[in-house]
Design a protein around this ligand. Structure first.
Ligand code: ZN
Length: 207
């Protein structure tokens, strides 16, 4: 008998948090994140969960003194950039501060196997759900491997930063990745377009 190895698929809902949405007057709200968007993400997540896919969330979870906040850099404004060890860091308005209301994941939390937090180290940003910019693991990969997962369905916020980084890292870790574009929103049009191209070039199936 030939054993057919079926794909073991999980869902990753990236950073659908108050501070990234207009419906919660988020400090870093991105275009197209009204209540209808959040409801749509929740409905699709519920549907995928009902189909039997384990669902994970990622959550930006920063301390007050996080390096990605412009307010922690003398004389800098929101969306300025600075050079860091390995490249360019965009400086953001303070967002997703630990234990604040707008750091909450907006999708029904009972749908998730776990909520993987990232960006807790004040020294490093962490767009990716897998590693921070210092290369420290979040634990997401281990949780997926423990369940024998080899394929991921990814969506959330934002297309050009955290969904992009999570999808690209997943590819480099050997996962098959499907990105559901309709359930993602980007910070800016140009970087969103570039991110979609980059993901497709890395073998992400963009749906
Ligand atoms: Zn952040």
């Amino acid at each position: 008998m030939i054993e057919v190895k079926e794909a073991h698929t999980a869902v990753i809902v990236v950073d659908v948090q108050g501070d990234f949405t207009f419906c919660n007057q988020g400090s870093l709200a991105v275009e197209g994140t009204d209540q209808a968007y959040v409801d749509c993400v929740e409905a699709e997540t519920r549907r995928l969960k009902a189909l039997g896919y384990p669902v994970f969330a990622t959550q930006d979870w920063h301390p007050h003194n996080h390096m990605s906040f412009f307010s922690n850099h003398e004389g800098k404004s929101a969306f300025d950039t600075i050079s860091v060890n390995d490249g360019i860091q965009v400086l953001w308005p303070p967002h997703c501060i630990q234990d604040t209301e707008n750091a909450r994941v907006l999708v029904d939390n009972t749908l998730f196997e776990s909520i993987v937090q990232k960006g807790m180290d004040p020294q490093y940003d962490s767009y990716s759900g897998f590693f921070d910019d210092g290369g420290h693991r979040t634990g997401l990969e281990d949780q997926l491997r423990d369940r024998g997962i080899n394929k991921l369905i990814v969506y959330g916020l934002t297309t050009d930063y955290c969904a992009r980084a999570t999808a690209l890292d997943a590819r480099s870790l050997g996962f098959e990745v499907v990105l559901i574009k309709q359930l993602c929103r980007g910070v800016a049009e140009e970087t969103t377009r570039a991110a979609l191209e980059e993901m497709a070039a890395a073998g992400v199936s963009v749906l």
